[in-house]
Write a new protein. Structure first.
Length: 177
């Protein structure tokens, strides 16, 4: 889901509330559940996108579906729905998760390789990255056979491309000049 400025503002406000009430982990779980529900249930996606269904009806449905939510999470969903911004809930949930990671000092990185890395290589790579980053790394590994060999590391807006395919492309460009 595409994050919007509105979703970022709502997520920031929700994080501030969750911190104030010491419910960050509970609200994070709620937002992850909301995002997963939206992702996996077409009916839910249609419900939040529908301008025809009255907000009060949506709120009563949300209260049934999300009855286990923290009070702050459920109050937040009610408020967003009353303001007719419920279509933003999945993006808010995604933005909230990113803000919580930042708040807790967790740095998400994605490592792309052509084949699965062995434990020694993985540990060495993570050790080198960790040395240049403040916080705890949250590593996601993905396989991309088009890389041929080597790796690509993505961390926020930064990308380190040490793939064989990239080296071939660079060599090709230099030779064709």
């Amino acid at each position: 889901m595409k994050r919007t400025k509105a979703a970022a503002r709502y997520a920031k406000a929700l994080l501030e509330l969750a911190i104030e009430q010491n419910k960050v982990d509970g609200v994070l779980g709620d937002m992850q559940f909301l995002a997963k529900t939206s992702e996996e249930t077409r009916e839910f996606e249609l419900l939040i996108a529908s301008p025809i269904i009255h907000p009060d009806k949506k709120i009563s449905i949300f209260e049934m579906v999300f009855e286990q939510f923290e009070t702050v999470s459920l109050s937040f969903v009610r408020l967003i729905t009353k303001n007719r911004r419920e279509a933003h809930l999945p993006a808010i949930a995604e933005a909230f998760e990113a803000l919580v990671k930042e708040y807790k000092g967790i740095v998400p990185i994605t490592v792309f390789t052509a084949t699965p890395m062995d434990a020694g290589t993985r540990d060495l790579l993570i050790e080198k990255i960790q040395a240049s980053v403040e916080g705890t790394l949250e590593v996601t590994e993905k396989i991309d056979e088009s890389l041929i060999g080597g790796f690509i590391v993505r961390m926020g807006d930064v990308q380190i491309d040490a793939s064989v395919s990239s080296q071939f492309n660079n060599l090709k460009q230099r030779l064709t000049r």
